[in-house]
Design a protein around this ligand. Structure first.
Ligand SMILES: *Cc1c(COP(=O)(O)O)cnc(C)c1O
Length: 390
């Protein structure tokens, strides 16, 4: 038997040798266009705080008031004594915002996907996921015990082949899961084709709008709204930790779906209720998103995305078609991506390299994200530093 410490050091050595070693760095400031990392002020192009709400006065004030009223902790799981008025208020606000019958919140997006997929599926069911979905969907799929099939990224022809196979084997339930905006590539799923396929084959669809909520659609509900498909998606998921600037996750849909999750989602049943501060902050953030200010923030965000995209044309990087505030600069080699990130950092710009296992091996990249908190001058500064890259 290998001794414990020997095993750890051997594995850490292998991680380093692969260029995949990671360490946490201390940020000593609030989220924003600028952050202080290990004492150094850096221009931040890596956050998911797309609308700048993580440090918004009204959002912070709501968190403070919730602490004064309900305290720091929730005391227990929701079904024991931890279901506070703020949780109910948030869930009403989510359902109203998204235009669904009901909603339920979880302590993280990760817990949302895990709990929901496992509550809906069991052995002998089939789950079909896009190759590039987030780790929490993959883990939920595996844990559910359902038969897992993966289709190549955004490939609806392959998806249809899998649906045919699932129907031939008389699967009782078939669940397709995709993201609407993909977290590491920033591209959109072909939702219209996927919705048509799932209807044709009697499958159900779960769409993770983690990177779309607050940014897309007439009411900023997400890509499903933008494509006028929201009413045809059985399970709509999102996070409260990205454009909504707080922490947590949610599912919205029919009342029966929400009732089932409250009864069966283990990450809901067996985990302490989200803290009052985060819950109230998320509710306040939804109010900002729905207001005239929210529309203004979104307009500003897209203006910055355009400025950055146009400024990068003809530069040293090969850019994908930009469809969201997530712009991947794919470098490929892990060590090389780390070098480029370090060059940006030495010029005062924070864009950490994203490597395996977050993305595939040999697909290392700088995941550039734009926020409404950026000024035109911030974008200009990034473009200037980028032009100096080799
Ligand atoms: C971030 C993310 C999650 C997880 O959400 P957390 O609230 O951070 O746990 C789920 N799905 C996608 C697509 C994400 O990008």
């Amino acid at each position: 038997m290998i001794p414990f410490q020997d095993d750890l050091s051997r594995r850490l050595k292998a991680i380093r040798a692969d260029g995949l070693y990671r360490e946490v760095r201390e940020t000593g400031s609030a989220q924003g266009a600028h952050v202080t990392v290990e004492g150094k002020r850096l221009l931040n192009f890596s956050s998911n705080d797309y609308l700048g709400l993580a440090n918004h006065p009204a959002v912070k004030q709501a968190a403070r008031e919730a602490i004064d009223k309900y305290g720091a902790g929730s005391g227990s799981a929701r079904l024991i004594c931890g279901s506070l008025k703020v949780h109910q208020e948030l869930e009403h606000a989510i359902a109203d915002f998204k235009g669904t019958e009901a909603a339920v919140s979880f302590s993280s997006g990760y817990a949302t996907a895990l709990g929901t997929i496992c509550a809906l599926l069991e052995k002998d069911d089939v789950i079909v996921i896009d190759k590039l979905v987030h780790a929490c969907i993959v883990d939920g799929a595996r844990l559910s015990g359902a038969t897992l099939r993966v289709f190549p990224h955004n490939d609806v022809t392959e998806l249809e082949d899998i649906l045919k196979w699932a129907r031939e084997k008389n699967a009782r339930r078939i669940l397709i899961v995709t993201e609407s905006v993909f977290s590491m590539d920033g591209d959109l799923a072909p939702l219209r084709e996927i919705v048509e396929l799932k209807d044709r084959y009697g499958a159900w669809l779960m769409v993770d709008e983690a990177h779309a909520t607050g940014l897309f659609g007439a009411n900023r509900r997400g890509v499903a709204e933008a494509f006028e498909l929201a009413g045809r998606v059985e399970i709509q998921m999102g996070t409260l930790g990205k454009a909504l600037g707080s922490a947590g996750g949610y599912i919205c849909g029919s009342r029966a779906l929400i009732e089932l999750l409250i009864n069966r989602a283990r990450t809901f049943l067996f985990s302490t209720a989200p803290v009052p501060a985060a819950t109230a902050a998320a509710k306040a953030a939804i109010e900002v998103v729905r207001s005239a200010e929210g529309e203004e923030l979104r307009t500003r965000l897209w203006a910055r995305v355009d400025q950055l995209k146009n400024g990068l044309v003809g530069g040293p990087w090969k850019l994908p078609v930009v469809q969201s505030p997530i712009i991947p600069i794919v470098i490929g080699d892990e060590a090389r991506a780390m070098e480029v990130a370090a060059q940006f950092r030495s010029r005062g710009i924070l864009i950490p390299a994203v490597r395996h296992p977050t993305v595939a091996r040999g697909q290392a990249r700088l995941r550039l994200t734009v926020s409404a908190a950026h000024t035109p001058e911030d974008v200009q500064e990034f473009l200037h530093a980028s032009a100096g890259q080799t």
